[in-house]
Design a protein around this ligand. Structure first.
Ligand SMILES: *Cc1c(COP(=O)(O)O)cnc(C)c1O
Length: 440
């Protein structure tokens, strides 16, 4: 089947794109670190068209956000219908059906059987902020533990938990005090022959044998924040049993367990939430990114017993915006009915395709993934496993020149995270483009 993408009409960036890039560079904050000069004009499904009419296959979904692809008719219809009725009312103070429906839906969809309460936010980092506040309030403890390599957001509270790049902290201190970091277990870089069970034991020993004996009384710890799959840190999949062991650790010490599912949730790994692969229930769960198909919405979902704060303890003017709620409800309909199963099926095809590429390309040191969340770690040498950031930068840039949109993460990982609507034809096409791009 022939599809009208990728299609490259001009050298990249084309003339119209270049003019916009120049204008952008003249007036936007220096803080924006653009990846490559993609200037989008429109999108459809898994295709992105730029302002010069060049067409790309999207293997990154605007950082795992465009879950239902671009312009899904059901999402667009829901957004248009909601926008035509009212753009705003402030869900912290008034009622509307979409907010009640979305909170009900998320409470029921959240992992585990205990009753849940939902607070809606505008972004991922706000979900982290809310969860920090709620965890401290519910436990009357102050310390928070997070993992090295974690990304939980960039506002000043969440930033203290984030530990993925020094540049994200530089010049902003002092950050929120009483935040501690431990290593996230790394299967690829563990000593040869280490089993999952040993890796889990090592991680728990870092808490019980080190952090909790030398630095920090566990009775002072409000919460442990963890990504069930580390995203920005390099698409790291923890060993089997890790989340369960953290659950037990938290239960031993009365600590709340917070799962940040902002990147790995909403169907991407083939189940609604990534933690469902281990069947572990957190006390608080964070979601955002793919939840609204691109409309800005997030949430933190707490067990009823944890959500014990009083009216006015937390709030948001825009959080749970009616148009965003409508987009999220339409997205969840689509993800539940087909897309999450599609992600599981397409993911198998994608992962085995990337593994085949690894057989031919020495630079790929490791391939890991579940569903449509796949990481390729690029190395200088398979023996030493030395990270190869130049190669991952080059691959992302070359892929763009071939009409394939990719994005890096970690030190030298290239993530593959297409919209969940992708089919076999586009998986195979993307794999071919990936192969061409690895060639140079
Ligand atoms: C992107 C991300 C965040 C922050 O979300 P924003 O919407 O950018 O504030 C938090 N946690 C994880 C795991 C993320 O991937």
């Amino acid at each position: 089947m022939s599809r009208p993408y990728p299609l490259l009409k001009t050298p990249l960036p084309g003339p119209v794109a270049k003019a916009i890039v120049d204008r952008d560079r003249a007036f936007t904050s220096h803080a924006y670190l653009k990846e490559y000069p993609l200037v989008i004009a429109r999108g459809e499904g898994v295709m992105v068209e730029d302002v010069d009419g060049n067409r790309f296959l999207d293997f990154m979904s605007g950082i795992a956000v465009s879950s239902t692809g671009y312009g899904h008719p059901k999402v667009i219809a829901a957004v248009q219908d909601a926008a035509a009725r009212f753009l705003h009312i402030c869900g912290s103070d008034f009622y509307f059906e979409g907010m009640a429906a979305l909170c009900e839906r998320l409470a029921r969809l959240a992992p585990g059987s205990t009753p849940k309460r939902v607070f809606l936010t505008n972004s991922g980092t706000e979900a982290t902020e809310g969860a920090i506040k709620l965890a401290r309030h519910a436990t009357r403890r102050t310390a928070i533990v997070a993992f090295k390599g974690a990304f939980h957001g960039r506002t000043t509270g969440a930033l203290a938990l984030t530990s993925s790049k020094a540049r994200q902290h530089s010049g902003f201190g002092p950050l929120l005090p009483d935040v501690h970091h431990v290593a996230y277990p790394n299967r690829y870089r563990a000593a040869a022959g280490t089993t999952d069970a040993q890796l889990v034991a090592q991680s728990i020993a870092e808490f019980e044998g080190d952090l909790f004996t030398r630095h920090l009384d566990p009775k002072d710890v409000a919460a442990i924040f963890v990504e069930p799959i580390q995203g920005e840190g390099g698409y790291l999949f923890p060993p089997d049993g890790f989340l369960r062991a953290l659950r037990d650790l938290c239960d031993r010490h009365g600590i709340l367990l917070v799962f940040d599912e902002i990147q790995c949730g909403v169907g991407r790994t083939g189940t609604m939430w990534a933690c469902q692969h281990e069947g572990v229930e957190p006390d608080i769960m964070l979601t955002a990114k793919g939840l609204g198909s691109g409309m800005p919405i997030g949430a933190f979902i707490a067990r009823e017993s944890v959500d014990e704060w009083q009216g006015g303890a937390h709030g948001s003017t825009f959080g749970g915006n009616p148009v965003c709620c409508a987009a999220a409800l339409a997205t969840l309909d689509l993800v539940e009915n087909r897309l999450m199963a599609n992600a599981a099926r397409m993911g198998e095809r994608l992962i085995s395709g990337v593994r085949k590429l690894a057989e031919r390309h020495e630079v790929i040191g490791d391939v890991r993934g579940r569903g449509l969340m796949v990481g390729m770690e690029l190395v200088k040498d398979r023996g030493t496993k030395e990270a190869n950031p130049e190669a991952s930068r080059r691959l992302v840039d070359t892929a763009f020149q071939h009409g394939l949109l990719l994005l890096g993460c970690g030190k030298s990982v290239v993530r593959v995270a297409p919209p969940l609507v992708i089919d076999e034809v586009d998986i195979d096409r993307g794999l071919d483009l990936l192969g061409d791009s690895l060639q140079g």
